[in-house]
Design a protein around this ligand. Structure first.
Ligand SMILES: [Zn+2]
Length: 283
């Protein structure tokens, strides 16, 4: 295991020798019994990238709350983003990193819900001409609750957190431009990979979808799945508390083969994260 980590670090240093130098450090929140140490590349004080494989990278943004999105290398020419960091500047930095790693690639994005942690980077992505897939219901909720969501976030911040307040106040909620029916979901073949965007029913929000990448046995559970360390469900102001565990059982039945499950907040793991979330909901 150690050997693999050293090799990867050497590769990273070489890969960046011509471009920006990035610091690499051990992730602090990894599980004590995890199989391999998880390193992360620091893009900025609040923005990190963890490499899960040659295909999948988790981008973690602390703004100030911790939030995960995914960069998926679908082929030599194609990259898929699943959700975005919270804001424009972190999203821009992430895209710079993508280009520094993979060269010129076509980028496509998917939103898994209407909250800021799902799509705060949309405005920047659309300015760059990047197509964003999102559900019809997500667009509706941006119209109906976007402003309310923005005010809510600001209310959670203290005056000492002024730099965050400024960004959230100036945020422009931007809708996805490739719309699919929430109920039907969508199946996307991009590069060499298949992405199944699936709605299992209402959960943490009325529009949260999961994304399954079959070639990687990987499920992006997003905000409906909590990390194993989570002792509560976090913000539930938009949640359907009675349907949420039902939706998670649908996910369990549909993807029993999933080996990696990525929650929106905190450390990833396996399908036990889905069961842990069900336990939090029914106890
Ligand atoms: Zn969330």
């Amino acid at each position: 295991m150690k050997k693999r980590i050293i090799l990867w670090m050497a590769f990273t240093v070489i890969a960046h020798s011509a471009a920006a130098q990035y610091e690499i450090k051990l992730r602090e929140d990894q599980l004590p019994n995890s199989a391999a140490a998880q390193y992360e590349t620091k893009l900025r004080e609040d923005l990190y990238v963890s490499k899960l494989s040659d295909t999948v990278y988790v981008v973690t943004h602390y703004f100030p709350w911790e939030s995960n999105s995914l960069v998926v290398k679908a082929s030599a020419q194609e990259v898929v983003l699943i959700d975005t960091p919270y804001d424009t500047s972190a999203t821009a930095l992430m895209l710079d990193w993508v280009l520094s790693q993979f060269g010129p690639v076509r980028i496509t994005a998917i939103n898994t819900g209407f909250h800021v942690d799902n799509l705060g980077g949309n405005q920047y992505l659309r300015e760059k001409g990047i197509d964003i897939y999102g559900a019809d219901k997500t667009c509706e909720l941006i119209d109906e609750r976007g402003f309310q969501t923005q005010q809510q976030i600001i209310s959670w911040l203290t005056p000492a957190q002024e730099r965050f307040i400024k960004v959230y106040e100036g945020m422009v909620f931007t809708k996805p431009n490739k719309i699919f029916s929430l109920e039907e979901g969508i199946f996307l073949r991009i590069g060499d990979l298949d992405f199944e965007v699936f709605f299992p029913g209402e959960s943490h929000s009325p529009d949260n979808v999961v994304v399954y990448i079959s070639a990687c046995d990987l499920l992006f559970g997003g905000c409906m799945v909590k990390t194993l360390g989570a002792k509560n469900l976090g913000f539930t102001g938009d949640a359907n508390m009675s349907q949420w565990p039902v939706a998670l059982k649908v996910v369990q039945q549909r993807y029993p083969q999933a080996k990696t499950v990525i929650p929106h907040h905190g450390m990833w793991g396996d399908m036990s994260l889905v069961q842990h979330t069900i336990d939090l909901l029914i106890n």
